[in-house]
Structure formats: C-alpha cells, structure tokens
Write a protein that binds this ligand. Structure first.
Ligand code: PLP
Length: 453
C-alpha cells in the first residue's frame, strides 16, 4: 500500500460468502455514483458493483415503484397467474428487439437465466417437427463465464471457477477458443482471417461431437468477467451464426454483463448484424435494485413452442416476481426517459480517450478494450511479449485494493488471469449510464494512481 493510501476499515462477517478482502468491508450508504463505507469513506462506484448499477444508487423513482408494488401485489406464483409489471417489462424488452424476440422468461439471476436458456434450447428441439431428441450438447468457449449454478458453470469455460467442481459438471459440453484479438490474433493475421480460423474451429467441433447432437453454441458478444471486456472481432458473431445455421443448432448469446444498454445499444448484438435465437440478460436489467435476469426467446423458438406444449416447462418460485419486475421496469423507464444510452455512447467515447491518454503507454497496461461504458484493462509484465504477471501475485485484486484505499476511493472490478490460463489479470470499469465527465476524470486519475502504486 502506498504512503498516500488509507487502511481499509474491516469488520467480521456473519454472512457466508466469497470474500476477496478476507475480512469484509461494510457499505452503510449508497447514493448516486457513490457509496460510503462504515469508516465514513466515500467511494466512487466506477464498476456499478459487478457491472450492475446502471442508473446509480438510491433512485427515488425506483424506490417508490417498489413500495407501490409491495402495497398493491407483492408476490404471485407465476405457474397460475401473471402480473402487470412482469407483462409490461417483458413487452418492453420484446419491443426493444424490433420484433426479433417473442417472449421473455424472468429469472432471479444470470446463472439461473443461463440454465433456463439451456433448457429452453432443449425443449425447442423436443417440440420441433419432427423432434430432435438427440440434441443434448452445447458448444461454448474457453475464457467465458455464464454463471455459477452447476449447469451454467458447466457451460462456462472459466478454468479457475470450474476447477474444484470439474468432476461433477455436466458431460455434454465442450469449448472452443474465445475470440480475443489481443491474445489470439497470429502475427500477420488479419481480423478477417482470424474470424475464418475461429469459424473453422467451431465447424470442426460440430463435426467432432456430431453436428446433429448440438442444441446451441453459446457466447458472450463482449466477454465480461472472465477476460475483462473483450469484444468479438468484426464479423465473428455473423460467422458463428452461419455455422449454427449450417448444422441446425441455435445461437445463444449471453448478454448478462454486456447487455441492456451497457455498450450503447439496448442489446450488444444490435451492433453486430446478428440476431440470436435465445438471449440472456441480467445485471443492468434491474440496475441492482432487486435481483432479476431474463431469457429472451426468438420468434423461431416461440413458434415451435406455440405449436407444441404452448409453454416453457421450467419454473421457479420467484420467477416474474411482481415487485422485482416493477423495480426493473422503472429502471428501464428511467433509461429511456433520460435518454441514457446517448450518454453511454458519449461518455463511453470520453472514457476510452481518457484511458488511452492516461494509460495507453503504460509499461504494464498491455491492452485497453471495450465498448460503450464497459472497459477492461489487461496487465502484463512485458508489453512486447504480452507476458502476464504470475496469477499468484493477485495483481488485479491489489490494484482494486489500492483504488479503494486511495483518496478519492474508486470501486473497480478485478479479474484474475486464471479464466483460461493464457491472459493477464484485468480490471473492469462499468460506471453508471449517467456518469459525468468530471466523474470519469476522477476514475481515470484514481485508476492511474492505483496502478502506479
Ligand atoms: N453471464 C455472464 C456473462 C456474467 O457476467 C455473469 C455474472 O457475472 C453471469 C452470467 C451470472 O450471473 P449471476 O451472477 O447474476 O448469476
């Protein structure tokens, strides 16, 4: 810790959780872009927690929407009843896809959304005419994260998070290379030939496992937590779509971290000239006010279900919870009413410029990448050789600690280089969609200080 930084106030926790500080820090207040720790220190939230808080903390309109809904209808069991906020929220999400998606399943978390999406893909093939019950496999990618339930973790290609559970993960899932130009592009290779090479790899994987046994190919348009905001190369998703179509498999895009406006359009795929068959969202859907995620099902999928059972044969006690949906609906209404996606684009460009100006030549910042208000910095020991620091050093966590401890303190989201064992540690910046230039200047200055420390 540097001489200018202050010790982090820590308390012992009764809550069983993964605690990267080893002793839990307590947040006692959260307002706008800031939260306050129990020692009185104010922290600028530069990552929206885990890329979640998209309109800032403590919004009075959302608080009122939650309170009103609790008074009106707090809970309904969705096996038998629907409710107004859920209907309005799902309609709003469908409308945001300009008619590409037909219906939405509302889950409680991104992990559960991944599980539900996988089950939906399976159900689609069972109800197809004629049915294809042999489709039981998924192909996903190395260095991906789709969640922590055993199903979602099985789909994830995150080595470190899978490690101790490996023997109990689902068997019919395989992984191909991530699309990560910084690490994957061969010398003298163009983006185009890189994409072609990855498409060949996916094609070969279909062939290897049996093309008619695959339910879906699963990918994040911009890899979030596993690799640190790595956007797919131009044309990549289109090429993957083509292979899925060739073999009759579904394209399942995970936008839990990069979706719902984070990259400047409501859905990241809207910048790629590609439409998924099934899509997951989470995090910024509810902006952190209450836990919520979703699975968007395309017309293609819903047409088949409508001719079959007419329903999704999967459910959970709290799905489409009215109070939770009311909160998310209000968050989405605020994003639309305040035209916050315009600010995401504008401030995203400002953030990119500021990061490149301040850290573009830093000897240990190997790569700055991202889109909208979703940026990652990957750290390397040697820029030329792109050699990562040893994972055991815990560099990203150390930078996160420094960023919290400095004055002004900022919250950034750290990630270790252990997702696929190839890349360096990284940190993610994902500020609220209403972030200001002044706040971005503070974030970039504080991040620079933390890295130098
Ligand atoms: N998918 C992606 C891309 C994620 O980044 C995450 C969480 O970070 C998940 C799924 C899982 O979401 P949750 O933690 O809400 O279960």
């Amino acid at each position: 810790m540097s001489s200018t930084s202050q010790p982090l106030a820590q308390t012992k926790s009764a809550v069983l959780h993964r605690d990267l500080h080893r002793q839990t820090l307590e947040i006692v207040e959260a307002q706008g872009s800031y939260f306050t720790l129990s020692n009185g220190r104010r922290i600028l939230d530069a990552s929206g927690g885990a890329a979640v808080s998209c309109i800032g903390h403590g919004n009075l309109q959302v608080q009122k929407a939650i309170a009103d809904q609790v008074v009106q209808v707090d809970y309904t069991v969705s096996l038998f009843f629907t409710n107004k906020p859920a209907e309005q929220l799902c309609r709003m999400m469908i409308d945001s896809t300009a008619g590409s998606m037909a219906r939405v399943f509302i889950a409680n978390s991104g992990s559960e959304a991944t599980d539900a999406a996988a089950k939906l893909a399976r159900q689609y093939f069972l109800e197809l005419d004629p049915p294809q019950p042999q489709r039981i496999r998924f192909i996903a990618r190395n260095g991906s994260y789709h969640g922590n339930t055993l199903g979602a973790l099985s789909i994830s290609g995150h080595k470190a998070r899978r490690a101790i559970y490996e023997p109990m993960l689902l068997p019919n899932i395989s992984h191909v290379s991530a699309c990560n130009a910084y690490r994957g592009l061969a010398p003298d290779e163009t983006d185009e030939s890189y994409v072609e090479r990855l498409a060949d790899e996916l094609d070969n994987e279909f062939q290897r496992v049996g093309p008619d046994t695959v339910c879906a190919f699963v990918a994040e348009p911009i890899v979030g937590a596993a690799l640190g905001c790595v956007p797919a190369s131009l044309g990549y998703l289109k090429a993957m779509r083509k292979i899925c179509d060739k073999y009759g498999a579904l394209l399942m895009l995970d936008e839990v971290m990069c979706g719902m406006g984070r990259t400047g359009t409501t859905h990241a795929w809207q910048q790629e000239d590609v439409v998924p068959d099934i899509q997951t969202v989470g995090k910024t859907l509810g902006g952190g006010y209450l836990p919520i995620a979703g699975v968007l099902a395309s017309n293609k999928v819903i047409d088949v279900l409508d001719k079959g059972t007419g329903q999704f044969v999967h459910g959970q006690t709290y799905q489409a919870h009215p109070t939770v949906c009311a909160a998310a609906l209000e968050v989405q209404r605020i994003i639309a009413a305040d035209d916050l996606l315009a600010n995401v684009k504008l401030m995203g460009e400002y953030l990119e410029r500021a990061l490149r100006n301040k850290l573009g030549d830093h000897p240990h910042v190997g790569n700055i990448r991202g889109r909208g208000l979703f940026w990652g910095l990957e750290f390397v020991y040697d820029r030329q050789a792109k050699e990562p620091f040893p994972v055991t050093l815990g560099l990203a966590l150390a930078i996160h600690d420094e960023a919290l401890a400095h004055e002004p303190g900022i919250m950034i989201y750290p990630g270790t280089g252990s997702a696929d064992g190839l890349q360096g540690d990284h940190v993610i910046l994902a500020p609220a969609y209403n972030v200001t230039k002044v706040e971005i200047d503070m974030i970039v200055q504080a991040l620079g200080n933390a890295i130098d420390s």
